[in-house]
Ligand binder design. Structure first.
Ligand code: NAG
Ligand code: NAG
Ligand code: NAG
Length: 201
């Protein structure tokens, strides 16, 4: 098993032994909105499929999406999130990172520029970066890969690695925190939370 996979496995183990928490996962409070983030209603999975890190020349990360079995969803009056389409990928970022630090964003190889830095509620302590308008239908979620590059310091990139992109609050815990979203049904969005272990270069 490679170092990357070992770290991933550790991340998933951490997820499994802390089932009741979410932003609860880190205690950050991310994403600070009324979407449904509980693991019990979620059917999505996401893994870091590849990551090449280069502080100077820039890094590239690719994430693969998939499903958990329906049996792992306990809707409790809500819907099983993930059976709608997948629309957004939102990261809890360091406030010093800019939209321009991320480039060459691709969904199954197709470029998209629909990404935005956003301070939730205008609060400077709640910086996020969202890749949106993906509209991946349920049937295609498990064959979809999302990739993005981070500008290296040689190109004046401020946040050239996943570790520098992560908000200091979660970086201290050794993780990058993200949420995945559908679009509103019954007046709410789903936004299950995930964490990815950061390798310390
Ligand atoms: C985007 O990244 C892919 C994979 O590394 C690469 O093949 C492609 O040339 C890049 N495109 C741009 C515009 O940088
Ligand atoms: C993706 O999920 C669908 C069910 O929605 C299934 O039929 C298909 O075999 C899966 N494909 C892969 C590559 O896992
Ligand atoms: C980086 O920033 C410096 C100072 O603003 C500028 O002189 C230089 O041209 C920039 N380099 C690139 C690759 O954008």
């Amino acid at each position: 098993m490679g170092r990357q996979s070992a770290l991933l496995l550790l991340g998933w183990l951490a997820l499994m032994v802390r089932p009741g928490l979410s932003s609860y996962l880190t205690g950050s409070g991310f994403p600070w909105e009324g979407c449904k983030l509980s693991a019990s209603v979620n059917r999505w999975t996401v893994t870091l499929a590849s990551y090449s890190e280069d502080v100077v020349r820039g890094s590239r990360a690719c994430f693969n999406f998939g499903y958990k079995p329906l049996s792992q969803c306990t809707p409790s009056g809500l819907r099983c999130c993930g059976e709608n389409h997948l629309n957004k990928f939102k990261l809890y970022i360091d406030p010093v990172c800019n939209r321009a630090d991320m480039f060459n964003i691709t969904v199954n190889g197709n470029p998209t520029s629909a990404a935005f830095k956003e301070f939730m509620g205008g609060d400077l302590s709640k910086p996020t970066l969202k890749i949106t308008n993906m509209f991946i239908p349920f049937e295609q979620i498990n064959t979809t890969q999302l990739c993005f590059s981070l500008k290296g310091t040689a190109n004046n990139g401020t946040c050239s690695t996943l570790a520098s992109l992560a908000n200091p609050f979660t970086r201290e815990q050794g993780v990058l925190e993200i949420g995945m979203y559908d679009k509103k049904v019954d007046n709410y969005e789903c936004c299950p939370m995930f964490i990815f272990p950061l390798s310390v270069a």
